[in-house]
Structures are given as C-alpha cells and as structure tokens.
Design a binder for this molecule. Structure first.
Ligand SMILES: [Zn+2]
Length: 179
C-alpha cells in the first residue's frame, strides 16, 4: 500500500510509555492513516497540539541529556525544519537549544532565505549549517554557485559529503565558499 507523507508522519509518532502521550493517540493515528488527511493537524484534530508539545519536550530532554554528557565539548546536531519531521534530520522545538550548531540537510537549507536563517539562528541560539552533497548526481560545476548562495543566506558551516572524493571542481567550490 502506498502511503502519503502525512501517513508517514503519523506512523512516526511514538506512543510508548516513555513518550507519555495521550492514551487516545494510538487510536486516533490508526483511524487517520489512509484517511487522505492533508496534514497531521487535520488528521489528529485537537490532539495535534499536545502531541507536538510532547514530542518537543521529549527531544529537548534528549538534547539536555546529550549536552550534560558532552560537558563543555562543542555540540553540533542534524536538524530539520518540518515540525513533524523525524529521522536523522529531526526537528527540535523552538529554542534556545543547548547546542552550538544545527546542521540542515542540503535541500532544507537551500529552501531558506537569509531572513529565515537569521530567525532560526536567533531562535535556537545556534549557528546554522548545511550538510551538502558534492557527489554525483550533483553537477560539480554548479557547486560553487550553490554553496555561495547558502553562505549568502547565512549558512556558516558546511558538512560536505564527502571530502575524500571531492572532484577538482568541488574542491574549487569549497575554496570559493571559504573565501
Ligand atoms: Zn516512545
């Protein structure tokens, strides 16, 4: 069965005891999956706000625990922009966050303008960086322009996949963005 992205977001919501969500939630998710709802908010109705707040509280507890364990070490985490996003670029609640840098995926970072990057940096209290692909199918000749556009938008850190196989064009793009 092909599921929609809303279904995927719904199915990513954890209802385990540790996540301490509303006992009605699992049933609401079961009813909503496959319903054709256009958003998670539409699918969950009145439960959406509390579920989001619960998820943000859980990710914040995790970040706080990591920050405690890290002591004074610099802390950089992958982050996303989709409020219901999960996975390796998951989304954290509004800041301030106990991290030094948030690294967005390349497409997410590319969709941001300078105002949005500045708002994210000031809201989180963290530098905003981007995880960028330098490998095919990226066109190596387009990398310099793309990365400089990200830098102009306020992206201050670049995590490049992957440095060991940079082409000469990608290395030149890197040199250009480092200015
Ligand atoms: Zn859970």
């Amino acid at each position: 069965m092909i599921r929609s992205s809303v279904d995927e977001d719904l199915l990513s919501i954890c209802t385990c005891a540790a996540c301490d969500q509303d006992p009605e939630l699992a049933g609401a998710i079961r009813r909503a999956v496959g319903s054709g709802a256009e958003s998670v908010e539409e699918a969950l109705g009145d439960l959406a706000g509390p579920v989001l707040a619960g998820r943000r509280a859980a990710t914040r507890r995790m970040l706080d625990a990591v920050a405690d364990a890290a002591g004074g070490a610099r802390l950089t985490v992958h982050a996303g922009l989709d409020r219901w996003g999960t996975g390796s670029f998951t989304t954290f609640g509004p800041g301030p966050l106990p991290v030094d840098a948030l690294i967005l995926s390349d497409p997410a970072a590319g969709a941001l303008d300078a105002e949005a990057v500045a708002a994210l940096a000031s809201g989180s209290g963290a530098a905003v960086g981007a995880y960028v692909q330098a490998m095919p199918p990226q066109d190596p000749d387009g990398l310099a322009e793309r990365w400089q556009a990200l830098a102009r938008a306020g992206i201050t850190e670049f995590v490049i996949y992957h440095g060991g196989l940079l082409s000469a064009a990608a290395a030149a793009a890197l040199a250009a963005v480092r200015g």
